[in-house]
Design a protein around this ligand. Sequence first.
Ligand code: BAL
Ligand code: ZN
Length: 873
Amino acid sequence: DQTIYLKDYAPSPYLIERVELDVRFEESETRVRALLTILPNRDTEPGTPLVLDGDELTLDTIAIDGLPLVLSAYAATPDALTLMEPPHRRFVLETEVRLTPETNTRLMGLYRSNGVWCTQCEPEGFRRITYFLDRPDILSTYKVTMTADRALAPILLSNGNPSGGGDAGDGRHYAVWEDPFPKPAYLFALVAGDLAAIHDSFTTASGRKVALAIYCEHGKQEQCAYAMDALKRSMAWDERRFGLEYDLDVFNIVAVSDFNFGAMENKGLNIFNDKLVFARPETATDVDYAGIESVIAHEYFHNWTGNRITCRDWFQLCLKEGLTVYRDQEFTMDERSRPVARIEDVRKLRATQFPEDGGPLAHPARPDNYREINNFYTATVYEKGAEIVRMLATLLGEAGFRKGMDLYFERHDGDATTIEAFIAVFAEASGRDLSQFEQWYLQAGTPDLEVGETWDEATRRYSLSFRQRTRPTPGQPEKAPMVIPVRFGLVGPNGSDMGWSGVSGGRVESDLIVLEDGETTITFEGVASRPVPSLLRGFSAPVNLTSSLGQAEKLFLARHDADPFNRWQALQDVAMKLIIDAVDGAALSTADADAFTDALVETLGAEGLDDAFKAHALTLPAETDIARIIGKSVDPDAIHAARQSLIAAISERAGHALGEAYDARSADTPYSPGAAEAGRRALRNTVLGLLVRGGAPGAAARATTQYHEAGNMTDRLAALSSAVAAWTGDAQALLEDFRTHHTADPLVYDKWLAANAIAPHGGTLERLRAILADPDFPRNNPNRLRALVGSFANANPTQFGRADGAGFRFVTDFVADVDRRNPNVAARVLTAFRVWRTYEPGRREAAERALRGLAEAGGLSRNTADILARTLD
Ligand code: BAL
Ligand code: ZN
């Protein structure tokens, strides 16, 4: 068992103060010479061996302070370099290794993507480049010299600032980069290749001019303009909102086409998956533009939350990721619509994190053990981590939160630190005891929060009773009560919030109830009339709320709640109940269908709500979300049919209003990616989807027309998706047309792959098999693989969950194959099975058979074996 435990953390016996790397690129191999200035740590005994990490390395030469080592002084394997008895003083270790980036299909360490040398070091890729103490608490300054053929790699980039370069003879050249900020090895990066670029600059609040560049393959420069704009807005926002300025003379971004992550925050040299850089209206959708904006911001924000202050060990990953996601979410909210951004973040949380937290892969936001750290870049660490920071901001208020953040930077700049240290600065700055709050980082599982109410007409007394419970998760059978901030209002008969004259039974701070116990009853005195409670406004805590409110009260909130998030939530709740009742065999009543449709139509026509909000209001809960709420004996076909019949009922009743809304938003204005225009398109396309899936007369033809006439990818793809989702008579032809006319760009090819993959249609699997069997299919590119099989497994519940088990086998066969080349991609796709125990018995057995087959075949990577073992546990 190779489990690593948080409790075993100990400081490294040696430190590495300075790293000088000399990297020489050749066509078929790369030589890396490293000069490491090493010194023993404070309490290290003389004679303590020094063990440097390696991964598939071959040592060519080794010396200390210029003197070659005798064989007995060290041991070198591909995984480690051990110095038996290093000097008990500062010394320089010199090593040289040879790498073959051309054959590195894992995309960790140094590899080549489209001929460009690039790196990915987080979490443990640097050890694939040179022997090193590859742990985030080893902070070093770096000087990097790169030499390459001038024609093959005219661009040579690394972290920090450029500090020299020139001719190296024989058609070769070199460049030197120095990074003055001590950093962990996971933030190291280099790029060498023949790249084009766009350039710009940003002047910081204190007047320093920073040179900005985005590098990409030739011909793609114009597609980087939106990313550059997002970068400049991010830099300005971090100054405004958190007082954080950029600290180097240059900030470079490089777009590469083969990348495991979305992007990587290497100091001064962010490397991006190209799908999160390239955008133009003909190839990128509004969702792509928004994704680019948020990830550009996210990686930039890491410069302070992650790079200047980093993690002591990988258990603390949430320290940088949860906080940085919170920061990028806030950026999006400030740049776009706050309630719409909140709805989108919560939808993502429920689609990705809640199922994780409720299944076999559940883990605390700060785990206390792992077998493979690559498997902990999860929705829990990222999205729940952001929710935890958001709750902290809710509890402390904006000014209190900012005070804590300021103290965090003041106290910990330059540190590799912990979640405890993060919480401690907020406790100190606010004078509050946050020890119970810290449980959010330590305890896995989504709390269930049940609420009941009582109203005493005679005394005008209104009570809310809360009961919280967190179900057991792997390794945590018992759960403690959590601090749950519940933002709320008591909505009166006219739709406005009512006041009260007194409150007892718990902590209430203006519009915030703070729950701390397993059970709490709060009584409000002097309430004018029986209220409808609006609870968890803005989704103030990541919990599953169930209340005793009936459908009529929910529809009242949908119309009147002062909190737009809860207006949306109320509609979701009503739809969820109607669909689940239908799954349970209760036919949709005319009265229910009318009442729900009326509320939707009213929302559609409401003044003061933006189109993006209305688009979300008109989107029914996803089938996977319905399955999660049902929780057991799940039959994806029954859920699909029930959801489908509600769509049909809406489309039948509201066809006219929907058609008018569609036409009213059909003006052919030039494309702009701004929030208002994107919202208009989102609403129009949501309406189209309802009409097409609802079988409204003429709707299928309308989708076909929109597909052909679309002036941008957002509208074209939406039309295609509606046709495919409903499998209209034209669906097959439209898929063919898209393949023929729009897939020369690999990022658009991904859209075609995903459109095929998510078709809820019996022929889907066969089509996917044919696509994968094509010898030209790019089977090493993570984006292509995820678009095809990731989309299928995560976003096509009826076909992945086919009763005959063929969908499950398709995915496990794929995982077995891809795992040999890229364990990260394979392990990630396999996580789709986290729901397997929630299926009805037939599907459950089929899924288990597929998983056990994968286990029995053996030979899996540590990444995939870990996910598989936990999934089956
Ligand atoms: N640190 C890995 C990519 C990201 O979260 O920014
Ligand atoms: Zn991040």
